[in-house]
Structures are given as C-alpha cells and as structure tokens.
Design a protein around this ligand. Structure first.
Ligand code: SF4
Ligand code: SF4
Ligand code: FES
Length: 340
C-alpha cells in the first residue's frame, strides 16, 4: 500500500480496526459500530464546525500512538480528536470516561426542566436516553433553575429555551442551509441563550430542519405539537415530487392521519437529506405522497423498542404493492413497526 493510502490501526475498547488518517475517534467508532460508539449531542456529521461543545463524547486515550505511546493526560472529545496510528482508546471500558459522562449528564440537566411527560421530543430525545443511561436519581443543585417563556420563532417553530443544551446545531444548520444568518447564541456562560432577537422570525424554505437537528425538545414543530406521543405514531418512508428538496421524508401516521413530517434519520439521529418547509409543514395529505413502506428506526430509542412483529405480518398489512420489495433481513429490522 502506498504511503498516502496507508491506514491507521486503532483499538477501541479492545477491538482493533483500520481507518483512514484524518478520521476522528468518534467517526472511527461509528465505522466500527456496536456499544463502543460514544454518544454525541452536539457533533453532527452534516454540519460544518459542529462538535466540541457538549462533552458527552469524551473518551480516554490510553495510548497516544505507536510513535508516542504515552496516554493522553486528560479525557478528549472524540468528535474533535483525530486518530493516530496505533492509538488505543477506551470508552465503555474506562471508568474515568463513564464517571465523566455521568458528570456531563448531570451538568446538562442542571437547568433542565422535568418536562418529559409533556415534551414532544420524549421517546426520541438524546438527552432523555443519556439521562436514563447516566443520570442520577436526584438533583444536587441548590439554586433556582434558569427559566424562559416558550417563544414562537416564526410561524412553524416553537423554542422552549428551558430545554436547550446550547449545542449550536440549529445555528450551524441555519447558517449552512439558509442565505442569511437569522439567529444565534446570545450572551455567554449561564446567560447564554438561543434567540432571533431582531425580528423573532425565522422564515425561509429550509429553516424547519433546525427542528430535526435539535437533539432535545427545545425546537419543535408547531404544526405537530401535542398531536400524539411519538410511540403511538407509525413512521412510513414516503417520497413526493418536490422542486425544492429531494422529497424523501418520513410521514408519522396516527391512524389514517399524517401528524408530522420529518427528514429521514440514521441510527445516530442524523438527517440523511434535509427537506424543505413545504414538505415538512404543508404536505400532511397522504395523497401527496408515494408511500414506500414502514420506516426502520435504527436509532436506539423508545420508539424502536418492544414492537416485535413477524416480517410476513408486516408485509401483509401493507396495501402498497411495492411493499414486498422491502427487505426485512432479520427480526430486529422490523421491531419498529408501531401499532396504530
Ligand atoms: S428535551 Fe428530552 S429530556 Fe428534556 S424534557 Fe424533552 S424529552 Fe425530556
Ligand atoms: S435549540 Fe436545540 S439545536 Fe439549538 S442550541 Fe439549543 S439544543 Fe441545540
Ligand atoms: S459530541 Fe463531541 S463534544 Fe459534543
């Protein structure tokens, strides 16, 4: 293999793999897959300059590289640290990493409200998952939580600043997908907040994607809020002929009714293709879509749990003649079929 095509050999939690130079530890772990993939609340592969803000992806580097085997003195943010040849990383096998993740979770929840029972993100919230996995049972804070009134930012988006973890994904998405910068993080430290301030309105064709990139329930779809708990809805892959975007979306059905339209997301909760606001907010009529079949929710989440059905049953229940094309290679792939 030529020098420029040389791969780096790394070990994560005792498992060895090879990746291209320049890969971050987080992406190397994602390529490997399995339980060693660190959680990521601010990194988003589709958004430039994301990561480095939430610290949930901290890992221990027990061997820096083959050339310099000294361990890194502190835990590092895996989304912002690139692999070196011979690097050894510990995630789930590191008590230090686990302790740090507990502490980061406690910090993220310091001002967070106990809103899960009424929050539209519940069931598909990265912070909720993190809280279950690493949270402590009680708060230790003695101070008043900082609170904000919910705000309408534009006609379709609600901001619940109380739930925001300041990951900046929405700011990066707005910067990247729209022509003008309309909102950002104002102030610093524990005064920091997301705001539009100038005109209180985010209004352009792709701004709805900030809802999809938000890892928590801070930004929600005003056309879908409180229509249903997510686990009572049934996600279906669908396409429409849209001039502005790919038209590839997920329709969330409650009975016969489409209650929500979102972009398709991968197992890390990241959007595959950003969709336009027309598809998201204005196409809630099933006749406007070609339904492909049930959406497999790959992400670790309550909506992908406890819904075991046989593949044959799933296919038989679909009216779509193309449904037989859908490949259900194992039971795990269809466990996300949600009852109506
Ligand atoms: S954002 Fe997540 S953790 Fe916070 S209240 Fe909503 S569901 Fe619960
Ligand atoms: S509103 Fe959501 S996406 Fe934006 S900074 Fe807060 S948590 Fe992140
Ligand atoms: S995902 Fe790495 S710091 Fe947030």
């Amino acid at each position: 293999m030529s020098e420029e095509n040389k791969l780096f050999t790394i070990t994560i939690d005792g498992e060895t793999t090879q990746v291209t130079p320049g890969t971050s530890i987080l992406n190397a772990a994602r390529q490997m897959g399995g339980p060693s993939v660190p959680p990521a609340m601010c990194y988003y592969s589709k958004l430039e300059n994301s990561g480095g803000r939430c610290r949930t992806c901290l890992v221990e580097v027990s061997k820096g590289s083959e050339a310099d085997p000294r361990p890194m003195p502190k835990l590092v943010a895996s989304c912002r640290t690139n692999v070196m040849d011979g690097m050894e990383i510990k995630n789930i096998t590191s008590p230090k990493t686990q302790a740090a993740r507990h502490a980061v979770t406690e910090f993220l929840l310091l001002n967070h409200p106990l809103d899960c029972p009424i929050c539209d993100q519940a069931g598909e919230c990265h912070l909720q998952d993190l809280g279950y996995e690493h949270g402590i049972e009680q708060t230790r804070t003695e101070f008043e939580r900082r609170t904000f009134e919910p705000e309408d930012i534009g006609p379709y988006i609600k901001l619940n600043m109380n739930r925001c973890i300041l990951c900046a994904r929405c700011v990066l998405a707005a910067n990247q997908l729209t022509e003008k910068r309309e909102h950002g993080i104002l102030f610093r430290g524990d005064h920091a907040e997301i705001s539009t301030l100038l005109n209180k309105s985010l209004d352009n064709d792709f701004i709805g994607n900030v809802i999809d990139v938000c890892p928590v329930g801070a930004l929600t779809d005003r056309t879908a809020r409180f229509t249903s708990r997510v686990w009572f809805t049934k996600p279906m892959n669908a396409t429409c002929s849209c001039e502005k975007c790919s038209g590839k979306a997920v329709l969330w059905f409650k009975g016969e009714e489409i209650v929500r339209v979102t972009a398709r997301k991968n197992q890390y909760g990241e959007v595959e293709d950003f969709i336009c606001d027309t598809c998201r907010f204005h196409r809630k009529d099933a006749f406007l879509w070609a339904i492909e079949g049930p959406r497999n929710i790959e992400r670790h989440s309550v909506i992908s749990l406890n819904h075991y059905v046989k593949a044959e049953d799933t296919i038989n229940r679909l009216d779509n003649p193309d449904a037989k094309e859908i490949s259900f290679s194992d039971e795990k792939q269809v466990e996300n079929e949600i009852p109506q």
